[in-house]
Design a protein around this ligand. Structure first.
Ligand code: NAP
Length: 507
């Protein structure tokens, strides 16, 4: 049952007087539960408990943390239809998506459980002593990874499960040995509370310290208080560039600065060669219409920018893409605020000089349903106007028609950092594909050949992150087992007796 309370170190607490409700975007009406924002006192309790828990949690054998993560997965599944129904009523996303995202979340938890069941993930390295080395002897050195401390995770609006309360950031931080305090996303507070209750049950069943997990309801001030707290040692965030940047700056200004791993905006450029358009333009248009509108375009990997070199086939390709895109049924967005943001940014971009709207869903739509848009502009106008480079979060894509390959490369090289970059080409292409790939890989975290950027596989080779502003630190990934590296730091032990070494460095 959803109480509307905060989860403070295993107890549900609602001491505050400020309440809010979530919205069912499909019905365009409020859901019944009133959620209570955490007080400063409750935030302090959560962080202090996390700090206390860190002292024991970080030293638990990996197998115990693995049992905890597996128990969270079990308890999430046990929530069954209540979780699915709450997810759909708070997000407007269909039941199939809820079930799929729950499966992905459970998979992530179990993958991290498997990873930390032994200590190989710590990248332990050993340098044997060389007492007789000349001119100086060399000491015995052993290096390992240790957890940073309590981590604050900001739940993502567009992934109520997989990047929220027990999502990738939480699973990887708990796996590393860091207690977690979630600042739940206000758009899906009920979903977050249900998942928080699953984590509390799992912690009780597996004997975890109570402060290992808390979840806070609240607005911007709650986030600021958490990130400013001296006992918080790292932050995970998925959301807007404005929000991520504000938290990054706040963390940098602390007396003790801490890392903020923020995954933010991306327009995910797709380069489509004229040769590919001439050979299979209609097929590409159909595939990309599906990718642009997938999840109502509310994916960080949504293809918002398509680039080509203009020739005799470009116009018919753009028309085909627009036709296929607006033929797909409009879908509901996550929240009225996301919908108004989509309309505002879309209108801003399409009102710029030289931009032509080739296709837009017309007629009266249900409230919070998004009208998909395909627009086009010349390479010269795109180069001249930074407003055209911004993310329009939703089913929107802009085709940029470059005059030649030089202009195409100039655009790619000038792009802000992106999560992904895609090349759609043919083996016998006239364009210098190697040069395009070289330029592209310099601006993105993942390059895709003849595919779509939407759909992020959870596996060790996945890179989900990219140069700023796609993320605040392009050296790390937010997806896959390597995301654990965000929450640990290396420590060397020099000339240590066996008795004082951690178990995994002995021998
Ligand atoms: P958001 O506004 O960045 O909010 C994300 C979380 O951070 C929320 O919990 C929010 O709290 C908090 N927050 C935001 N600014 C903050 C600040 N200055 N200090 C402390 N906490 C702060 O993102 P959103 O609500 O998910 O969506 C808004 C827009 O972000 C979307 O329309 C879209 O443009 C973009 N977005 C992009 C992606 C992507 O993957 N590229 C994903 C999600 C969203 P409050 O809600 O209480 O303000």
């Amino acid at each position: 049952m959803i109480t509307g309370k905060n989860c403070i170190a295993g107890d549900f607490s609602g001491k505050g007087s400020v309440g809010f409700k979530t919205i069912n975007p499909k019905l365009n009406s409020e859901n019944p539960t009133t959620f209570v924002e955490a007080t400063k006192e409750e935030i302090e309790e959560a962080v202090s408990a996390a700090w206390d828990a860190f002292k024991t949690y970080r030293k638990l054998p990996g197998a115990k943390r693995a049992a905890f993560l597996n128990a969270i997965a079990d308890e999430m599944l046990a929530l069954d239809q209540e979780l699915v129904d709450t997810y759909t009523t708070e997000s407007g996303l269909p039941e199939g998506r809820a079930v799929g995202e729950r499966g992905r979340t459970v998979f992530q938890l179990r993958t991290f459980a498997e990873l930390v069941a032994n200590d190989d993930w710590r990248e332990n390295t050993f340098d044997a002593a060389q007492p007789d080395r000349k001119p100086l002897p060399k000491d015995d050195l052993r290096k390992t990874m240790i957890p940073l401390g309590p981590v604050v995770v900001f739940g993502a609006s567009n992934f109520p499960l997989a990047y929220s309360t027990a999502g990738g950031d939480t699973a990887s931080a708990l796996a590393a040995g860091c207690p977690v305090i979630v600042k739940s996303h206000p758009m899906h507070a009920g979903t977050s509370e249900l998942v928080a209750s699953a984590i509390v049950k799992a912690a009780e069943k597996t004997g975890m310290p109570k402060g290992v997990f808390s979840s806070i309801n609240g607005g911007i001030q709650a986030g600021v208080d958490l990130v400013s707290h001296p006992k918080v040692k790292a932050v995970g965030f998925t959301g807007s560039i404005g929000g991520g940047r504000a938290l990054f700056d706040l963390a940098a200004k602390r007396e003790e600065p801490i890392p903020v791993f923020a995954e933010m905006g991306s327009i995910n450029p797709v380069i489509i060669t004229p040769n590919a358009i001439s050979k299979r333009g209609n097929e590409i248009a159909k595939t990309y219409a599906g990718s642009i509108t997938l999840g109502t375009g509310q994916f960080c990997t949504n293809p918002g920018l398509l680039l080509t070199v203009k020739d005799g086939n470009t116009e018919s390709f753009v028309n085909e893409l627009a036709k296929e895109t607006i033929a797909l049924d409009p879908q509901c967005m996550l929240h009225p605020n996301i919908k108004s943001g989509y309309d505002k940014k879309g209108a801003d971009v399409t009102s710029q000089t030289g931009v032509e709207v080739v296709g837009k869903v017309s007629g009266t739509l249900e409230p919070n349903y998004a009208a998909s848009v395909v627009a086009t502009v010349s390479g010269a106008e795109f180069l001249d106007n930074p407003k055209l480079h911004q993310e329009v979060f939703g089913p929107f894509s802009m085709v940029v028609q470059c005059k030649d390959e030089t202009e195409l490369l100039q655009i790619i090289e000038g792009l802000e950092g992106q999560l992904t970059g895609t090349l759609i080409a043919e083996d016998d292409d006239a364009l210098d594909l190697a040069e395009i790939v070289d330029a592209l890989q310099n601006r993105v975290g993942r390059v895709i050949y003849n595919g779509v950027p939407t759909g992020v596989e959870v596996c060790p080779s996945m890179q989900h992150g990219g140069p700023y502003p796609a993320s605040t630190d392009s050296r790390f990934t937010a997806v896959g087992i390597h995301s654990i590296k965000r929450w640990v730091r290396p420590v060397s032990y020099q000339s240590f007796p066996q008795s004082l070494l951690p178990e995994h460095l002995k021998g």
